[in-house]
Design a protein around this ligand. Structure first.
Ligand code: EPS
Length: 368
């Protein structure tokens, strides 16, 4: 069983490091041998997640160069633990001098201090979104394994403050810095974000992530249900306050006749379930959503306490995200990919000798 800084059982990722420490890193234990991997393979997804790539994110500029320390020989994974290291190159810790003894309201500062009696306040320390870099790096391997099996994971922003996409154009998502699926709304959204940034405030967001081509049968009822582990994976991302699978909270108002996904020889007629029934994948697209709170490191002054119990005012300087949800798109993809690879390996270990069932329902053509 993994520890609190490790994730997954068969494909187990352990991350370490703080935002302003010398480096961050991870160890991936359980990666099958023979997966081709080179330092440049991490570039695309790390750039999608990185700060400083548009005016709408934190302006910290990290190199995010991955060093492969172990587990790879002549460009192939060897089956031994893969250690990845990324050195922090652009930390500016003096921004945190003034708030080292103050708690940012809405931030993990308060709970880390109470729990551990000590905290690294620089850039949020271990609670910083910087930690998610290695989740994305580890998932580059996971995505390779999924691609080999015809599984594709894609995420996008499906809400930004008061805005929701008017339509979903999936090809448009990677062509704009907001990962927004309706290109016609971009000018309005960018104007909204510019105004927000000037006001020193921040905003929440909603993300959607789907996986297509997932075989029927992944998931381990009852405590290792696929939806339960996806929910835990997404909820472990900084600032996530809610996770939904399929229709999510909308099921509260639905009738059974409306919610059920009817089966025909041509396929399922709908996908309200989000591709999971009884904690096991159905073969339909897996659909999950995550709600991300607005960053609490903002320039708008607020009331708080210091470590001595004095009431003080706080303003957080530094290079923060007006909407941290934007950069979370590759992170939700990473967490879904990690869960799926872990379950593919676990399923193979337990059920390799189960005779394959004749597929009753053709591959799901459903695209949201
Ligand atoms: C973060 C605060 C900012 C972000 C950082 C996450 O860091 P700093 O205070 O050092 O400017 O830039 O994000 C990253 C560096 C990253 O790679 O994601 C926070 O408090 O979560």
């Amino acid at each position: 069983m993994s520890g609190a800084n490790s994730f997954g059982r068969s494909f187990c990722v352990t991350t370490f490091g703080e935002s302003h420490g010398p480096a961050i890193g991870c160890v991936i234990d359980g990666c099958p041998p023979g997966v081709p991997i080179a330092p440049e393979d991490f570039r695309a997804d790390l750039d999608r997640r990185a700060t400083g790539r548009s005016r709408h994110t934190s302006q910290r500029r990290e190199a995010d160069e991955v060093e492969i320390l172990s587990g790879v020989y002549q460009g192939l994974s060897t089956g031994t633990p893969i250690a990845l290291l990324i050195r922090n190159t652009d930390a500016r810790s003096k921004d945190y001098g003034e708030i080292a003894e103050r708690f940012r309201p809405g931030h993990a500062d308060y709970t880390y201090w109470h729990k551990y009696g000590i905290r690294d306040p620089r850039g949020g320390g271990r609670a910083s979104a910087r930690e998610t870099t290695l989740r994305v790096a580890a998932a580059v391997l996971a995505k390779k394994l999924l691609t080999q099996r015809g599984i594709r994971v894609q995420g996008w922003l499906s809400g930004l403050g008061p805005y929701a996409p008017a339509r979903i154009v999936r090809d448009a998502v990677e062509r704009n810095p907001l990962f927004w699926p309706d290109p016609e709304q971009l000018p309005e959204l960018e104007a909204f974000l510019d105004g927000l940034r000037k006001s020193g405030d921040s905003i929440g967001a909603r993300l959607t992530v789907i996986a297509e081509g997932v075989p029927v049968g992944l998931g381990e009822p009852v405590y290792g249900k696929l939806d339960a582990e996806i929910a835990a994976a997404l909820m472990s991302i900084n600032a996530v306050k809610a996770v939904e699978i399929g229709d999510g909270a909308d099921v509260c108002g639905q009738r059974g006749s409306e919610h059920r996904d009817e089966l025909t020889r041509a396929g399922f007629l709908s996908n309200h379930a989000g591709g999971i029934l009884g904690g096991i994948s159905t073969g339909q697209a897996i659909i999950a959503h995550a709600a991300i709170k607005p960053t609490c490191s903002i320039l708008v002054p607020g009331r708080t306490l210091d470590v001595h119990g004095n009431e003080v005012e706080i303003v957080t300087k530094g290079r923060h995200d007006p909407c941290v949800g934007i950069r979370a798109v590759p992170i939700v993809e990473a967490m879904l990919a990690l869960v799926l690879v872990d379950h593919l390996l676990r399923h193979r270990a337990q059920c390799a000798d189960v005779p394959p069932q004749q597929p009753l329902v053709p591959a799901d053509p459903f695209l949201p």
